[in-house]
Write a protein that binds this ligand. Structure first.
Ligand code: RP5
Length: 151
């Protein structure tokens, strides 16, 4: 994520990964405040064994696109809700990648972070049967938790 201030949103992605027992790491990597850290992180990600990158940022949110430009790994972008423009700026910054460098863009804020975790798990589950089983069980539990009566 681009800032410690993004953690309140991005912790929901980490929580989902915890629930699905998916090993992961959490890092603050700012595209504009720590460009060298971003370069080192993105260029080294595949060699360190990472399989998917979730990048959350707000405002002029160039972190996911810049990360995607420096790794062939799938990058999932989460637009963090900004104060001034409610995350519409973040969404447009992340989703409007020119053709050639894709970023899989999720919804603004908490729902996007949750779905980034689930989508990362789904990508990993294509080559991990045990994880696929845990993901199916997670989805079943969610279905079972939906009340039929509103009161
Ligand atoms: C972006 O600027 C971050 O991703 C964050 O969403 C936003 C504000 O950062 P802080 O000023 O709170 O550190 O780079």
């Amino acid at each position: 994520m681009g800032s410690t201030s993004d953690w309140e949103t991005m912790r929901h992605a980490a929580r989902v990964l915890d629930e699905l027992d998916v090993p992961h790491e959490t890092r603050v990597v700012s595209a504009h405040r720590t460009p060298q850290r971003l370069y080192d992180y993105a260029t080294g990600a595949a060699d360190r064994g990472l399989k998917v990158v979730i990048a959350g940022a707000g405002g002029a949110a160039h972190l996911p696109g810049m990360a995607a430009s420096m790794t062939h790994l799938p990058v999932l972008g989460v637009p963090v809700e900004s104060k001034a423009l409610k995350g519409v700026d973040s969404l447009y910054s992340i989703v409007q990648m020119p053709g050639g460098i894709p970023v899989g863009t999720l919804a603004i804020g908490k729902p996007g972070a949750i779905n980034a975790g689930l989508l990362a798990a789904a990508i990993l589950a294509t080559s991990d049967e045990a994880l696929a089983g845990r993901l199916k069980a997670w989805r079943t539990a969610q279905t079972d938790s939906v009340a039929t009566d509103p009161e």
